[in-house]
Design a protein around this ligand. Sequence first.
Ligand SMILES: Cc1ncc(COP(=O)(O)O)c(C=O)c1O
Length: 221
Amino acid sequence: MGDDVLVVVDNTFASPLLCRPIEQGADVVVHSTTKYLGGHSDVTGGLAVFADPARYRTTWHHSIELGVTPDPFAAWLTIRGLRTLALRVRRHEQNAEILARRLAAQPAVHAVHAVHWPGLDTHPSHTVAGRFLSGYGSTFSFDLADTEAGRKFVTGLDLVSLVPSLGGPETLVLHPASTSHRQLTEEELNANGITGGTIRLSVGIEDADDLWQDISQALDR
Ligand SMILES: Cc1ncc(COP(=O)(O)O)c(C=O)c1O
């Protein structure tokens, strides 16, 4: 990258299995290790990877002085999670593909292009995603008709939990309009690509048919 512009990529959603930003020219890559790297919804943490060793050393010294370091058990849990990252990421993605394709065929899912998983060839970023990623990930959103439909869907799920996180073994759902983004007006939501009916799914590693059974009964409501 250029000398005066630092490019920092948050690679949390992709993980290093699907995207390697430093090889593509980024200066710094950050991850919430709470998500796919830890992978078990039992530890919070983060890390930064530097292309430039001198920048790494300076930041490392600051982080030691400021105490931005994990406790030993958090570090152990994260390393334990990393051992199965490759297996988990592939399984998450296989399940995500099954659910994204089934959702895209559902009449309750609001409109054309309403399933925002870049592995679908109808997705506007499908080609770009194919260039930068070696897989399409497993956290994606889809749009139901309106806020009421979104609220009914998330409260009608039994197996899938309504939790504002992602990257764990269990499938998690989020309804931004009534939870994480409830402070935004409808115009602000729309400006961020979110509708009242937008649902985010972090697809886990359970049996895909069990997940689909739960999702389809909640859609029926
Ligand atoms: C893309 C992304 N980066 C960073 C974070 C922050 O992670 P943490 O909750 O571990 O502080 C999150 C949390 O949701 C996230 O989704």
